[in-house]
Design a binder for this molecule. Structure first.
Ligand SMILES: [Zn+2]
Ligand SMILES: [Zn+2]
Length: 273
Protein backbone atom coordinates (compact mmCIF):
# COMPACT_ATOMS: atom_id res chain seq x y z
CA UNK A 1 0.00 0.00 0.00
CA UNK A 2 1.76 3.06 -1.28
CA UNK A 3 1.73 6.23 0.81
CA UNK A 4 2.12 9.34 -1.34
CA UNK A 5 2.53 12.06 1.27
CA UNK A 6 4.46 13.17 4.33
CA UNK A 7 3.57 16.33 6.27
CA UNK A 8 6.07 15.91 9.12
CA UNK A 9 9.60 16.98 8.17
CA UNK A 10 12.27 19.17 9.71
CA UNK A 11 15.42 20.74 8.18
CA UNK A 12 18.48 22.83 9.00
CA UNK A 13 16.12 25.66 10.02
CA UNK A 14 15.42 23.75 13.24
CA UNK A 15 17.03 20.57 14.57
CA UNK A 16 17.16 18.66 11.27
CA UNK A 17 19.98 18.17 8.79
CA UNK A 18 19.88 19.26 5.15
CA UNK A 19 18.21 22.00 3.13
CA UNK A 20 14.53 22.11 2.27
CA UNK A 21 15.37 21.29 -1.32
CA UNK A 22 17.31 18.17 -0.24
CA UNK A 23 14.08 16.85 1.28
CA UNK A 24 12.11 17.66 -1.85
CA UNK A 25 14.56 15.77 -4.06
CA UNK A 26 14.37 12.71 -1.82
CA UNK A 27 10.58 12.94 -1.69
CA UNK A 28 10.38 12.97 -5.49
CA UNK A 29 12.69 9.94 -5.65
CA UNK A 30 10.44 8.15 -3.15
CA UNK A 31 7.41 8.89 -5.33
CA UNK A 32 5.61 11.26 -2.95
CA UNK A 33 3.09 13.66 -4.46
CA UNK A 34 2.77 15.86 -1.35
CA UNK A 35 5.44 17.06 1.04
CA UNK A 36 4.82 19.30 4.03
CA UNK A 37 7.48 21.14 6.00
CA UNK A 38 6.84 21.29 9.74
CA UNK A 39 9.86 22.93 11.32
CA UNK A 40 9.75 23.30 15.12
CA UNK A 41 7.98 26.60 15.76
CA UNK A 42 9.90 29.45 17.41
CA UNK A 43 9.46 29.44 21.21
CA UNK A 44 9.68 32.35 23.66
CA UNK A 45 12.82 30.98 25.34
CA UNK A 46 16.29 29.81 24.30
CA UNK A 47 16.48 26.23 23.10
CA UNK A 48 18.49 24.06 20.75
CA UNK A 49 15.74 22.67 18.53
CA UNK A 50 13.33 25.30 17.22
CA UNK A 51 13.47 27.80 14.34
CA UNK A 52 14.89 31.09 15.62
CA UNK A 53 12.45 33.97 15.71
CA UNK A 54 14.46 36.04 13.24
CA UNK A 55 14.60 33.15 10.75
CA UNK A 56 10.92 32.32 10.76
CA UNK A 57 9.95 34.47 7.79
CA UNK A 58 13.02 33.30 5.82
CA UNK A 59 11.81 29.72 6.36
CA UNK A 60 8.29 30.58 5.18
CA UNK A 61 9.63 32.48 2.20
CA UNK A 62 11.91 29.63 1.11
CA UNK A 63 9.13 27.04 1.36
CA UNK A 64 6.85 29.28 -0.72
CA UNK A 65 9.57 29.82 -3.29
CA UNK A 66 10.11 26.04 -3.58
CA UNK A 67 6.35 25.53 -3.84
CA UNK A 68 6.48 27.57 -7.05
CA UNK A 69 9.70 26.00 -8.32
CA UNK A 70 8.41 22.43 -8.00
CA UNK A 71 4.82 23.13 -9.00
CA UNK A 72 3.59 20.36 -11.34
CA UNK A 73 6.23 17.95 -9.98
CA UNK A 74 5.36 17.71 -6.28
CA UNK A 75 2.96 19.65 -4.04
CA UNK A 76 4.80 21.49 -1.28
CA UNK A 77 2.97 22.64 1.86
CA UNK A 78 4.06 25.22 4.41
CA UNK A 79 3.62 24.20 8.02
CA UNK A 80 5.05 24.14 11.51
CA UNK A 81 5.17 21.68 14.38
CA UNK A 82 4.04 23.88 17.27
CA UNK A 83 4.66 23.15 20.94
CA UNK A 84 1.77 23.60 23.35
CA UNK A 85 2.97 24.65 26.82
CA UNK A 86 0.25 26.13 29.08
CA UNK A 87 1.06 29.65 30.26
CA UNK A 88 4.29 29.65 28.25
CA UNK A 89 3.29 29.00 24.63
CA UNK A 90 -0.42 28.39 24.34
CA UNK A 91 -1.71 30.54 21.48
CA UNK A 92 -0.76 29.27 18.02
CA UNK A 93 -2.60 31.97 16.06
CA UNK A 94 0.13 34.66 15.87
CA UNK A 95 2.56 32.21 14.24
CA UNK A 96 -0.04 30.71 11.93
CA UNK A 97 -1.17 34.15 10.78
CA UNK A 98 2.30 35.66 10.48
CA UNK A 99 3.49 32.82 8.24
CA UNK A 100 0.19 32.32 6.36
CA UNK A 101 0.64 28.61 7.02
CA UNK A 102 -1.12 25.90 5.02
CA UNK A 103 -1.36 23.70 8.12
CA UNK A 104 0.31 22.92 11.44
CA UNK A 105 0.96 19.99 13.73
CA UNK A 106 0.24 20.45 17.43
CA UNK A 107 2.70 18.57 19.64
CA UNK A 108 3.62 18.22 23.29
CA UNK A 109 7.34 17.71 23.98
CA UNK A 110 7.71 19.88 27.10
CA UNK A 111 5.55 19.49 30.18
CA UNK A 112 5.17 22.07 32.92
CA UNK A 113 3.25 22.19 36.16
CA UNK A 114 0.85 25.01 37.13
CA UNK A 115 1.93 27.14 34.15
CA UNK A 116 5.50 27.26 35.48
CA UNK A 117 8.64 27.88 33.46
CA UNK A 118 10.35 24.70 34.64
CA UNK A 119 9.92 22.12 31.88
CA UNK A 120 10.11 18.33 31.62
CA UNK A 121 11.47 17.32 28.21
CA UNK A 122 9.91 13.95 27.37
CA UNK A 123 11.44 13.70 23.89
CA UNK A 124 15.04 13.26 22.70
CA UNK A 125 17.47 10.39 22.87
CA UNK A 126 18.62 10.96 26.46
CA UNK A 127 16.73 8.73 28.89
CA UNK A 128 18.55 10.35 31.84
CA UNK A 129 16.97 13.67 30.95
CA UNK A 130 13.49 12.09 31.00
CA UNK A 131 14.14 10.52 34.40
CA UNK A 132 15.67 13.66 35.87
CA UNK A 133 12.79 15.82 34.55
CA UNK A 134 9.87 13.98 36.11
CA UNK A 135 11.76 13.60 39.37
CA UNK A 136 12.41 17.35 39.45
CA UNK A 137 8.93 18.50 38.44
CA UNK A 138 6.74 15.73 39.82
CA UNK A 139 8.78 14.47 42.78
CA UNK A 140 9.28 11.11 41.07
CA UNK A 141 5.53 10.54 40.64
CA UNK A 142 5.40 9.20 37.07
CA UNK A 143 1.59 9.01 37.11
CA UNK A 144 1.37 12.74 37.84
CA UNK A 145 3.87 13.48 35.04
CA UNK A 146 2.08 11.34 32.46
CA UNK A 147 -1.29 12.75 33.52
CA UNK A 148 0.12 16.25 32.94
CA UNK A 149 1.27 15.17 29.44
CA UNK A 150 -2.22 14.02 28.44
CA UNK A 151 -3.87 17.01 30.11
CA UNK A 152 -1.66 19.35 28.09
CA UNK A 153 -2.60 17.39 24.96
CA UNK A 154 -6.32 17.68 25.79
CA UNK A 155 -6.04 21.40 26.45
CA UNK A 156 -4.15 21.88 23.17
CA UNK A 157 -6.80 20.04 21.15
CA UNK A 158 -9.68 21.93 22.74
CA UNK A 159 -8.09 25.40 22.58
CA UNK A 160 -5.98 25.27 19.37
CA UNK A 161 -7.74 22.61 17.26
CA UNK A 162 -4.58 21.59 15.42
CA UNK A 163 -5.32 20.08 11.98
CA UNK A 164 -2.84 17.32 12.91
CA UNK A 165 -1.91 15.94 16.33
CA UNK A 166 1.77 14.95 16.59
CA UNK A 167 3.05 11.66 18.05
CA UNK A 168 0.07 10.97 20.35
CA UNK A 169 1.79 8.82 23.01
CA UNK A 170 5.38 10.12 22.86
CA UNK A 171 5.50 10.03 26.66
CA UNK A 172 5.88 6.23 26.37
CA UNK A 173 9.13 6.43 24.39
CA UNK A 174 11.69 7.14 27.11
CA UNK A 175 9.69 5.26 29.72
CA UNK A 176 10.48 2.06 27.80
CA UNK A 177 8.14 0.11 30.10
CA UNK A 178 10.28 0.95 33.14
CA UNK A 179 7.94 3.06 35.35
CA UNK A 180 4.59 2.11 33.88
CA UNK A 181 3.12 -0.23 31.28
CA UNK A 182 0.85 0.99 28.48
CA UNK A 183 -1.61 -1.68 29.66
CA UNK A 184 -1.92 -0.21 33.19
CA UNK A 185 -5.52 0.71 33.97
CA UNK A 186 -4.75 4.32 34.97
CA UNK A 187 -2.76 4.81 31.74
CA UNK A 188 -5.51 3.33 29.57
CA UNK A 189 -8.00 5.67 31.23
CA UNK A 190 -5.88 8.69 30.25
CA UNK A 191 -5.52 7.43 26.67
CA UNK A 192 -9.26 6.82 26.34
CA UNK A 193 -10.12 10.24 27.70
CA UNK A 194 -7.85 11.94 25.15
CA UNK A 195 -9.20 9.77 22.32
CA UNK A 196 -12.74 10.84 23.23
CA UNK A 197 -11.66 14.47 22.94
CA UNK A 198 -9.94 13.85 19.58
CA UNK A 199 -13.02 12.06 18.27
CA UNK A 200 -15.15 15.13 18.91
CA UNK A 201 -12.51 17.57 17.61
CA UNK A 202 -12.24 16.40 14.00
CA UNK A 203 -8.41 16.60 14.25
CA UNK A 204 -6.27 14.08 12.36
CA UNK A 205 -3.86 11.92 14.37
CA UNK A 206 -0.56 11.26 12.67
CA UNK A 207 0.99 7.78 12.81
CA UNK A 208 4.62 8.65 13.39
CA UNK A 209 7.28 6.12 12.34
CA UNK A 210 10.37 7.83 13.79
CA UNK A 211 10.64 5.77 16.99
CA UNK A 212 11.01 2.57 14.98
CA UNK A 213 13.60 3.65 12.41
CA UNK A 214 15.64 5.48 15.07
CA UNK A 215 15.30 2.36 17.23
CA UNK A 216 14.08 4.38 20.21
CA UNK A 217 10.74 2.59 20.45
CA UNK A 218 9.23 -0.64 19.16
CA UNK A 219 6.00 0.75 17.81
CA UNK A 220 4.46 3.72 16.02
CA UNK A 221 3.20 6.78 17.90
CA UNK A 222 0.36 5.99 18.51
CA UNK A 223 1.06 2.30 19.08
CA UNK A 224 -0.88 -0.42 17.30
CA UNK A 225 -3.06 -1.08 20.34
CA UNK A 226 -4.08 2.61 20.46
CA UNK A 227 -4.69 2.58 16.70
CA UNK A 228 -7.31 -0.11 17.22
CA UNK A 229 -9.09 2.17 19.72
CA UNK A 230 -8.88 4.99 17.17
CA UNK A 231 -10.45 2.78 14.53
CA UNK A 232 -13.41 2.05 16.83
CA UNK A 233 -13.89 5.80 17.26
CA UNK A 234 -13.41 6.52 13.54
CA UNK A 235 -10.59 9.00 14.17
CA UNK A 236 -8.88 10.23 10.96
CA UNK A 237 -5.20 9.24 10.69
CA UNK A 238 -2.21 9.90 8.43
CA UNK A 239 1.26 8.41 8.13
CA UNK A 240 4.25 10.65 8.98
CA UNK A 241 7.99 10.01 9.24
CA UNK A 242 9.03 13.07 11.30
CA UNK A 243 12.15 13.25 9.10
CA UNK A 244 15.16 15.08 10.49
CA UNK A 245 17.36 14.00 7.57
CA UNK A 246 16.47 13.93 3.85
CA UNK A 247 17.03 10.15 3.77
CA UNK A 248 14.21 9.75 6.33
CA UNK A 249 11.57 11.50 4.23
CA UNK A 250 9.51 8.40 3.39
CA UNK A 251 10.71 5.86 5.95
CA UNK A 252 8.10 3.22 6.85
CA UNK A 253 5.21 5.24 5.40
CA UNK A 254 4.14 2.43 3.05
CA UNK A 255 4.31 0.02 5.99
CA UNK A 256 1.87 2.21 7.94
CA UNK A 257 -0.59 2.10 5.06
CA UNK A 258 -0.14 -1.66 4.77
CA UNK A 259 -0.89 -2.05 8.46
CA UNK A 260 -3.97 0.18 8.25
CA UNK A 261 -5.21 -1.91 5.35
CA UNK A 262 -4.54 -5.10 7.30
CA UNK A 263 -6.64 -4.00 10.28
CA UNK A 264 -9.37 -2.66 7.99
CA UNK A 265 -8.99 1.00 8.88
CA UNK A 266 -11.66 2.80 6.81
CA UNK A 267 -9.98 4.22 3.69
CA UNK A 268 -11.89 7.49 3.88
CA UNK A 269 -10.26 8.16 7.27
CA UNK A 270 -6.67 7.88 5.98
CA UNK A 271 -4.65 10.85 4.72
CA UNK A 272 -4.89 14.62 4.71
CA UNK A 273 -7.91 15.87 2.80
ZN1 LIG B 1 7.69 16.30 17.70
ZN1 LIG C 1 8.82 16.55 14.53
Amino acid sequence: MKCSYNYHTHSHYCDGKGTLEDYIKEAIKAGLTDLGFSGHAPLPFDNSFSIKDDQYLDYCHEVNMLKEKYSGIINIHLGLEIDYIPGVHDDFRPLVEKGHLDYFIGSVHLINRDHGNDLWMIDGSKIERYDEGFRRLFGGDIKAGVKAFYEQTNEMILSQKPPIIGHFNKVEMNNKNRYFLPTDKWYQDLVNETLDIIQKSGCICEINTRGIYKMRYWDYYPSKSILKLMKERRIPVMAASDAHHPSEVALLLDEVHEYLNEIGYPKELIGFN
